[in-house]
Write a protein of this length. Sequence first.
Length: 130
Amino acid sequence: MLLTREQLAGRKEKAVRFVRDVLGDPERAEEIEAESLDAYARRRRIELANPKKGVSTMPATTRQQLQEELDQLQEAIDNAHETLSDVYSPEATRGALARAIGEAIDILEALATEEETDHQEGAEEEEEEE
């Protein structure tokens, strides 16, 4: 059965009244009333048409930080790719290929080191807040 949260809330209220007033079981009515809407839906095997609203979303600052990090990663990948693409050709010498590979590795390793440092600093800040 598929119900909206509002429909399910109405049914839950009716169930509470029925159990309390008709069945005469105020303790069970209180248990049903105290049950979250999601738990009630699971127990009754009812699917919600509009799942829980207000699910926490990522703060804008975190999204912005992640986008900046993604942009940095993409730039490093693009730089490494460009370095390798510029030298890749049948005429390229072994030395030129080795230098290009080394440069690409340096670009990616620098980024990995920077990311590791950022994550360590973030973990330290979280520990300090606790």
